[in-house]
Ligand binder design. Structure first.
Ligand code: GLN
Length: 497
């Protein structure tokens, strides 16, 4: 018998459409898997058994009536707990939203439901998406299915762990500085940060609004493309949403032809701090692209060196403003409201009790960087660096069609190793942050295992804004070539839990 949890999303949808299996059977197989192993992994904060089965029954009902099903109808998905879900808890990994049940669906949630995708539940994450390891979740860490003592990446570690442990074939993440791509890299899965504005932010809890971008996560490039197509598109409810056609991502993922494509290797993403095995696998991928007919050149983006510093001023600044709304009066937690205290005191006690240390650190940093007298020196300078980074990209994309780099400098590190060292933690996003600052599209996909520790390595591909289809073209080519040579790192060498 086929194990329904081992199929790709495309295979699952085909089996449901042909009647070989039903959406309910598929949902049950995944819910059983979650019940059996998630105690060990802790990918989910909330499992919506009833909602998932109802959604699956609706798909089966449509099929029985002969209605046309969408390309992902009946396929289960793990949703990062940063998107609002009507009637289902949404915590953003924070105590401050504990017990909050949103009265509305995010646009992305609505689109998933309209596509007949079955939402299994909400996944664990670093509080307010601040972190690179999921250790900042107020609800405890998530384990990496390759080695449960290691981090699954962050902030979307629950989503990547759900994929890598076969609890769901599809997942959703959000990427402000790397939180889709870095978890994908360290769990051997595929994650895409679409062009800024390509996927609606309406109903996605804001961290740093000029950088935040939701996107698809999956085990294969084609599955990610199918999900990308389902969630992208203009949304009048999000003022930064792009009013342009969705690039032909599925077509690109099916083609995977890179002959004549110009690929730039970013010179600055190498050297000290990069694990030898990560560089080895990255160099293999570059060689492979050459063999597939791409033209590979080295490019220099000198301002990328300052990306991390600029990000850690811009993101905290925006978060200090965005998180002001958690005042103990509007949603979730309220502390100290005993009738003797003023509203200000209740707000202060609620924020003291509801936010964790990383969130507090960033609110303080951001408030400082935005304060009069320091604004120009910190926030203003960071914005200038952001412009320089955008120009570096523009120059590079004048010469090449896509850029490539390792997604992360190292493979998954042990839980606890960087927990008390924010600076070491921030380094995990060294290679991913520039694309957020410029608003470009970027993907991470598996490119083998590092020889020294046997853990997955991610290849990052970056494309110009609105050229998301190039990611899928290159990603599909690399995935096919790797699979032909060594087998798919996750589908065949999957860790058994
Ligand atoms: N790790 C980065 C941070 O802590 C990026 C987070 C994200 O992309 N949400 O801010």
């Amino acid at each position: 018998m086929t194990d329904l949890t081992r199929l790709t999303a495309a295979e699952t949808a085909a089996k449901i459409a042909s009647g070989e299996t039903s959406a309910v059977e598929v949902a049950k197989a995944h819910l059983d898997r979650i019940a059996a192993i998630d105690e060990k992994v802790h990918a989910f904060l909330h499992v919506d058994t009833e909602g998932a089965l109802a959604a699956a029954r609706a798909v089966d009902g449509k099929r029985a009536k002969g209605e046309k099903l969408g390309p992902l109808a009946g396929v289960p998905l793990a949703l990062k707990d940063i998107f609002t879900t009507e009637g289902v808890p949404t915590t953003v990994g924070s105590k401050i939203l504990e017990g909050w049940i949103p009265p509305y669906d995010a646009t992305l949630t609505r689109k998933l439901k309209d596509a007949g995708i079955v939402i299994l539940g909400k996944t664990n994450m670093d509080e307010f998406a601040m972190g690179s390891s999921t250790e900042n979740s107020a609800y405890g860490p998530t384990g990496n299915p390759w080695d449960l003592t290691r981090i699954p990446g962050g902030s979307g570690g629950g989503s990547s762990a759900a994929l890598a442990s076969f609890q769901a074939p599809l997942a959703i993440g959000t990427d402000t500085g790397g939180s889709i791509r870095q978890p994908a890299a360290v769990t051997g899965t595929v994650g895409v940060k679409p062009t800024y504005g390509a996927v609606s932010r309406y109903g996605m809890v804001a961290f740093s609004s000029s950088l935040d971008q939701g996107g698809p996560c999956a085990r294969t490039v084609l599955d990610a493309a199918l999900l990308h197509e389902a969630i992208a598109g203009h949304d009048p409810l999000d003022s930064t949403s792009i009013d342009a056609p969705v690039p032909p991502v599925v077509e690109a993922a099916r083609s995977g032809d890179v002959r004549g494509l110009r690929v730039g290797v970013v010179k600055e993403f190498a050297g000290e701090g990069y694990q030898a095995g990560v560089m080895e696998r990255f160099n293999d991928s570059v060689e492979m692209l050459r063999e597939l007919g791409a033209e590979v050149v080295e490019v220099s983006c000198p301002s990328f060196t300052y990306a991390l510093a600029a990000y850690y001023l811009i993101a905290p600044s925006e978060c200090s403003s965005n998180l002001a709304r958690f005042d103990g009066l509007r949603y979730g937690l309220r502390t100290g409201d005993d009738g003797t205290r003023s509203a200000e005191e209740v707000t202060s006690l609620t924020r003291e009790a509801g936010f964790g240390p990383e969130v507090k650190r960033r609110i303080m940093l951001g408030t400082y960087a935005l304060s009069s007298g320091y604004y120009d020196a910190y926030y203003g300078s960071a914005q200038k660096v952001r412009t320089l980074i955008t120009r570096d990209f523009e120059r590079a994309f004048g010469e090449v069609d896509v850029l490539v780099s390792p997604t992360t400098p190292t493979t998954a590190f042990p839980i606890g190793e960087r927990a008390d060292d924010p600076m070491a933690m921030y380094l995990a996003d060294l290679c991913t942050i520039p694309a957020n600052l410029a608003g470009n599209a970027a993907m991470s996909l598996p490119c083998g295992l590092a020889p020294e520790d046997g853990l997955p390595v991610g290849l990052q591909i970056i494309a110009p804004a609105l050229a998301d289809d190039r990611l899928y073209r290159v990603g599909a080519a690399v995935e096919a070539a790797f699979t032909a040579r060594w087998g798919h790192p996750l589908l065949e060498e999957a860790p058994t839990l």
